[in-house]
Design a protein around this ligand. Structure first.
Ligand SMILES: Cc1cc2nc3c(=O)[nH]c(=O)nc-3n(C[C@H](O)[C@H](O)[C@H](O)COP(=O)(O)O)c2cc1C
Ligand code: SF4
Ligand code: SF4
Length: 260
């Protein structure tokens, strides 16, 4: 079973690579969270591998992933291996430990955590922007090799966390235990998104928003206060009609080339 969350397609690409090798079903966390039930139940086989694939947001797991885990019940779980495979622009801090803790509260044991360096998609604050085309292409070129090594480690049941397969980065404690909680509580729920006259009313932003934060009013998107900053809307608008205040006007946009 491969539970995945993605904003701009990097994590979906990783999830699909895992599916090709392990032949487990892909389950979209964003869709599952929209289901009415308080508890989200799934049956696991005795020989099943369980994966969580998601982007690192502010040196921790994307918040929808931890919200999903809080509602998760795995029927038939008897210690089958659980893996975390996160994607990041360059460093994850202690995302692995935060995920481990969230899983532990549900009685699930994380066997190993890996990360894949992918093009950066965070552009909402000053000082943060997408990678240059050269760096973006280099990361996309390296991704299959990173996946090959992660898949080999899973197949060989290696549990040690080698630096090449998980990217902690500098000052992980301050970032994951200091900055991440601020992000997860303060940044979430507010947003400064706005639409420009370039909007062609295609409705894509409304359809892809994982939190149903966007609705079209007279053909143009309006945002509620339930945004989790996945940045899908701003990057995937086909005509670049979404901005974040003035911050993103001169910044590039990115989404994984294979995402539809
Ligand atoms: C809100 C937010 C915070 C982010 N924080 C980090 C971070 O702490 N470290 C990092 O390396 N990349 C960070 N990124 C970049 C993403 O982790 C990276 O681009 C990821 O591959 C995006 O995955 P997706 O395409 O599946 O959404 C952040 C992106 C967003 C939107
Ligand atoms: S995705 Fe872009 S063009 Fe389409 S409705 Fe949203 S803002 Fe308008
Ligand atoms: S409003 Fe945009 S950034 Fe916020 S959750 Fe929806 S798609 Fe993601």
């Amino acid at each position: 079973m491969i539970f995945y969350f993605t904003g701009t397609g990097n994590s979906l690409w990783v999830a699909k690579q895992l599916k090709e090798t392990f032949d487990e079903p892909l389950i979209a966390i964003a869709d599952e969270l929209k289901r009415g039930e308080k508890v989200l139940k799934y049956n696991v086989r005795t020989d099943e591998k369980i994966f969580f694939v998601y982007p690192v947001h502010s040196w921790g797991p994307a918040v929808l992933v931890t919200r999903f885990i809080e509602r998760l019940a795995l029927e038939g779980y008897e210690g089958q291996p659980v893996y975390s495979v996160s994607t990041c622009g360059d460093e994850c801090g202690h995302t692995d430990k935060l995920l481990r803790k969230a899983l532990h509260k549900q009685g699930l044991i994380l066997k190993a955590a890996y990360s894949v360096i992918m093009p950066n998609n965070y552009i909402l604050l000053p000082g943060f922007t997408v990678d240059s085309k050269e760096i973006e292409e280099g990361k996309l070129e390296n991704a299959p090799q990173q996946m090959k090594r992660i898949i080999a480690a899973i197949q060989q049941e290696l549990t040690d966390k080698r630096d090449t397969l998980y990217h902690t980065g500098s000052m992980p404690g301050i970032k994951s235990y200091g900055v991440y909680p601020l992000f997860a509580h303060a940044a979430i729920g507010r947003n400064s998104f706005r639409v420009t006259e370039a909007c062609i009313s295609c409705g894509l932003c409304e359809r892809i928003c994982p939190t149903s934060t966007i609705s079209l009013k007279e053909g143009k998107p309006v945002w509620k206060n339930t945004c989790v900053q996945c940045v899908a809307c701003i990057h995937r608008c086909p005509v670049r009609a979404i901005e974040y205040g003035k911050e993103t006007v001169k910044k590039g946009r990115y989404h994984h080339p294979e995402i539809k």
